[in-house]
Structure formats: C-alpha cells, structure tokens
Design a protein around this ligand. Structure first.
Ligand SMILES: Cc1cc2nc3c(=O)[nH]c(=O)nc-3n(C[C@H](O)[C@H](O)[C@H](O)COP(=O)(O)OP(=O)(O)OC[C@H]3O[C@@H](n4cnc5c(N)ncnc54)[C@H](O)[C@@H]3O)c2cc1C
Length: 363
C-alpha cells in the first residue's frame, strides 16, 4: 500500500518505519522543517517501566511492551541509552501507601524487578535522599530521543520511505477507494494514498476535523497541560531517576538525568488554553518546596528556568487521566485510516509498540 503518515514526531516516525519494514511504500508529511520538532523534542527522555497505568489500558500495554522493544532497538541500532533505574519515594505514611499501590499496579502490568526498600536502603543508593521508603524500578532508564528518531528516519529511508518537510496536510477525502490528500506549504498540491495515519500530536484533533465525513463524535477534546523544567546549576547528586508520588495531571516534579549526567527537575503541571513555550521563572518557588520534600539539601538559587513541553491531554484538571486513543476503521468506519489522540507520556517509551498496533489496523 501507499501509506501516508502525518507528523514526524517519535510516534509518526516509529509508525512509518514499521510500515516500511512491512513492505509498504511510505511517505511522512511533516508541517515543520525537521523531525521531532513537536512534543517529541520537549520531554524527559525517560524510558518508563510501566508502573502507573490502569490494568489492560493501552498505556499499560504499550509502555511495557514498547519499553522492551525500545531497549532492543537501541542495542541493535547503536542509540545511546542508560538503564539507570528509578526510585519512587515516599516521605510520609500516606505516600508510602500510595507507593505500595503503585508497586502492585506495576506488577499487574508486568513490570519486572520491582522492589520496596526502606529509607536507609534508599540512602545507600542515593546518599542525599530523604524518604521513609521507596519503590525501586530497575528497568526504568533514559534514552537519547533525538538519536532514536534519527535511527527511525534512517531505517525508513533504507526501506525506500521518505519525509516531506514543510508539508502541512490540509484536507483528506476518501473517494474512489483511495485517500485524496491536499497539502499546503512550498510544494502545495494533491496526492492519493491507500492508507493514512494521523499522528499529528497537538494538531491531531484539528486535522481529524478536516477529514471529510469523519464522525465528529470520534474527535475528542484537546486539553493542554504545560510541563515546565528547571535545570540544576550545581554538580549532580543523583545517579538514578527520583520521582515523588504522582500528582493530578502528571508524575510530580522529579529528578531527570540526561546521558551527560546533567540533572534537571520537572515537569510540573500548568493547565493552559493556548500553546506557549515560555517558562515562568517565578514557578521556581514551588519547585524548591516540592523537591526539598525528598532532597532537603537542595541549595538556594540553584535552579534556572529550562524548557517546557505541552501534553496533548484528553481530560482536564480533577478528571481521571485518559488512555491513549488509537482510532482505526473498526471504531470510525472509514477504511485504512488511523487517528491517534492524546499520545502524551509514556508515548516515547510506547512508540514501537503503538507502531505495530497501528500498522496492523491499516491492513
Ligand atoms: C512534558 C512532557 C514530558 C514527557 N516525558 C516523557 C518521558 O519521559 N517518557 C515518555 O515515554 N514520554 C514522555 N512524554 C510523552 C512523549 O513526549 C510524547 O508522547 C511523544 O513525543 C508524542 O509524539 P508524537 O509523534 O505523537 O507527537 P509530536 O512529536 O508532537 O509529533 C507530531 C508532529 O506532527 C506535525 N503536524 C501537526 N499537524 C500537522 C499537519 N496538519 N500536517 C503535517 N504535520 C503536522 C507536528 O509539526 C509534529 O512534528 C512527555 C511529554 C511531555 C509533554
């Protein structure tokens, strides 16, 4: 089939590569001038274990399976990663109960090697940590997400696929058993494809509304939740990822490491109405307070505003977290079309598993 994948983020690239490996003739249309310019360039680069997500949810299934596939892909394609492990820490009795619940959920989801440890054992691992207990997840890690996306792009091209940059998709119409696609940009025009995947991230809902005849009730609402990061200006003190217990809308302000060993904190949750990528320096106050719950030694004036990312959520403040929405022909009735909505965390970790699922739905 001639397959069009819309969006060259990590999920679109994984789908395009998987479709090319399955023998399809694949084109990716990307509105901007490069790969990974959307949500995929603004995350924590954490390979998640798969602890938190409800039993049998798409997030649970794709995160656990996608993590195993991602580590294997990194090994076989020379992409840098480090399985550094992660601690989810409890600083009081109520949090300890929450962490134990997270462990049980993780085990139900099939996460390997989970272990509850006491405060002293946690301090043997991370001397600066203050907690009464912690969940150790040895399978969690970090990955060079741009190296990963470049490797996906390379494999796509090796199989004859290509990416058309600066090519926003404007309209999709199903006629004469093919998808008629209208592009804008420099080389505006119209081309027919056999199959289409909408993996446009924050633009997925707007694009779905431009599919002629697509059922309006199959386009969920889009809720934007900004996640701000602050970088730490001193010498890093942790060698593992350190997470507090989750908060409404996110996993809590956690210690994130990059492959160079640098340490930063975030993302918090700031509900916003419109896309904006500035980081408000005054939010540092709440970061100090939250981080000192588990790292009392955080020095004053050591945090500086870094970057932020925007989560494409499907539910708002106070509402239960939504699952990924991967809507194929069986759900919406239009042939060889898959729309992806709400692919927030753990979308990077899940990308290869989501890709297999989507390509199967196209057949
Ligand atoms: C703050 C934050 C932290 C996160 N941390 C993690 C983490 O540590 N681990 C993890 O597993 N996941 C994490 N995630 C989730 C992960 O980053 C996303 O799930 C993933 O990047 C989504 O990729 P995508 O390809 O769906 O979207 P995107 O990367 O946004 O790609 C969509 C692309 O579509 C293009 N596009 C839009 N409209 C059109 C159109 N009409 N025509 C053509 N192109 C179009 C855009 O330009 C964009 O390049 C985090 C997310 C956020 C926001």
């Amino acid at each position: 089939m001639q397959v069009l994948v819309i969006g060259a983020g990590v999920v679109g690239l994984a789908i395009a590569r998987t479709a090319a490996l399955a023998g399809h003739d694949v084109t990716v249309a990307e509105a901007t001038g490069g790969i990974g310019n959307g949500v995929s360039s603004r995350n924590s680069e954490v390979v998640h274990g798969g602890l938190y997500y409800p039993t049998n949810s798409l997030r649970a299934r794709h995160c656990v399976r996608g993590r195993r596939m991602l580590y294997e892909f990194c090994r076989s394609h020379g992409v840098a990663y480090r399985k550094c492990g992660k601690l989810v820490v409890a600083t009081n009795g109520a949090e300890l109960a929450k962490v134990e619940t997270i462990k049980r959920q993780g085990e139900t989801n099939g996460v390997e090697g989970l272990e509850m440890i006491g405060g002293n054992a946690a301090r043997v691992l991370e001397a600066e940590l203050s907690c009464i207990g912690a969940l150790l997840s040895p399978e969690s890690g970090i990955v060079d997400s741009h190296g990963y996306m470049r490797a996906l792009w390379g494999e796509l091209e090796d199989r004859g696929g290509m990416i058309a940059f600066a090519t926003p998709v404007e309209r999709l119409t199903y006629r004469g058993s093919r998808w008629h696609v209208r592009f804008g940009g420099r080389d505006a025009g119209e081309i027919d494809f056999d199959a289409v995947v909408n993996s446009a991230g924050l633009g997925a809902q707007a694009l779905a509304r431009r599919i002629d005849g697509y059922p309006a009730d199959k386009v969920p609402r889009l809720v934007l939740a900004k996640g701000n990061y602050f970088s730490f200006t001193g010498r890093p003190v942790f060698s593992r990822l350190v997470y507090p217990t989750p908060v409404d809308g996110g996993l809590g302000v956690h210690v994130t490491l990059d492959l160079a060993g640098r340490m930063r904190f975030g993302p918090d949750v700031e509900w916003i109405k419109e896309e904006s990528y500035s980081v408000d320096a005054s939010r540092a106050d709440s970061f100090y307070a939250r981080i000192r719950n588990y790292w009392p030694g955080l020095p004053d004036a050591s945090l500086v505003p870094d970057y932020c990312g925007i989560r494409p959520k499907l539910t708002g403040p106070g509402e239960p977290a939504a699952d990924f929405m991967i809507v194929g022909p069986n759900a919406h009735g239009m042939p060889r079309l898959v729309n992806l909505f709400g692919i927030e965390s753990p979308g990077l970790t899940s990308s290869l598993s989501i890709a297999e699922d989507v390509v199967q739905q196209l057949n």
